[in-house]
Design a protein around this ligand. Structure first.
Ligand SMILES: Nc1ncnc2c1ncn2[C@@H]1O[C@H](COP(=O)(O)OP(=O)(O)OP(=O)(O)O)[C@@H](O)[C@H]1O
Length: 261
């Protein structure tokens, strides 16, 4: 199987989501090709997680349609897996049993294989409580992979990790995505992370897509000058769009700026 065959195609068409009378997403249209990796960035509260929850079938849109391989999405799709900032492991189940929860038929062999993919096979018989934050997230990733997902939805899954673990996890995610061929949507505050992982970066501002750019960098991604170019370009766009952060005449970026928005 080629690396790209396993992914699902997603089409989001004029989707609106309201909470009360407030529209959090306003006629969003977005397409994800089979096997594509898209990162969604934007300021806190712009609607990123809401979009992911809609695609994951955890919320219902008020208007518009969402299609998975051309079929209308109805609730939670069996080929979709979600990963959140917290690993959400069951503390009363050992590592392998936690991973097994993700397998469609609950098979132990699938769970073992998924643990091997994240490099933690030797921790199978331990309790989640003894693992580090990074290891817990790798177990959560294994639980998702055990279900052979065709679409992986990642809601800031590396947000609570230290900087080095975060970069290691980004590399692991990229490698697994290349090997397994699932489609992926990553919500992140970290522009650097978006550039490290995505084929395309989408910016949401006030519930609408305002930027949708392909990242034309070779894989595996190196943090070279091309990488820095995309980082700065996207960050400039995000920062420049906020008049409070970038008042006229004042540069939006300082030499010590971080890539987190
Ligand atoms: N269940 C809900 N009921 C009411 N309002 C909600 C609900 N879920 C989200 N919202 C509101 O919708 C807006 C978008 O929230 P969302 O979590 O999608 O933003 P976000 O871009 O993911 O933010 P962050 O980066 O801080 O996680 C926010 O104003 C939030 O308060």
């Amino acid at each position: 199987m080629s690396a790209r065959q396993g992914g699902i195609r997603l089409n989001i068409r004029r989707v609106t989501k309201q909470f009360g009378d407030r529209a959090v997403l306003k006629e969003i249209t977005l397409d994800l090709n089979a096997g594509e990796f898209v990162a969604v960035v934007g300021r806190s509260g712009c609607g990123k997680s809401t979009l992911l929850r809609l695609v994951g079938g955890l919320e219902k849109a008020n208007e518009g349609t969402m299609l998975l391989d051309g079929r209308e999405l109805e609730g939670i799709d069996p080929d979709t897996r979600l990963l959140f900032q917290e690993a959400r492991l069951l503390p009363w189940k050992k590592v392998l049993a936690n991973v097994q929860i993700g397998a469609k038929t609950g098979e132990r062999a699938k769970a073992r294989e998924a643990l091997r993919l994240v490099g933690l096979e030797e921790r199978a018989d331990e309790w989640p409580g003894v693992l580090s934050g990074g290891q817990k997230q790798r177990i959560a990733l294994a639980r998702a992979l055990a279900g052979a997902p065709r679409l992986l939805l990642l809601d800031e899954p590396l947000g609570a990790l230290d900087a080095l673990t975060r970069i290691e996890m980004q590399r692991l995610l990229e490698r697994l995505w290349l090997e397994q061929g699932f489609s992926a949507v990553l919500v992140t505050h970290d522009v650097s992370e978006a550039v490290a992982l995505a084929d395309r970066v989408v910016l949401i501002e006030d519930g609408a897509v305002t930027l949708n750019i392909p990242i034309s960098l070779a894989r595996p991604r190196e943090r070279d000058s091309g990488f820095a170019y995309y980082e700065k370009m996207i960050l400039d766009r995000v920062m420049g769009s906020d008049p409070e952060r970038a008042p006229s005449g004042v540069p939006a970026l300082r030499p010590d700026y971080s890539f987190t928005i």
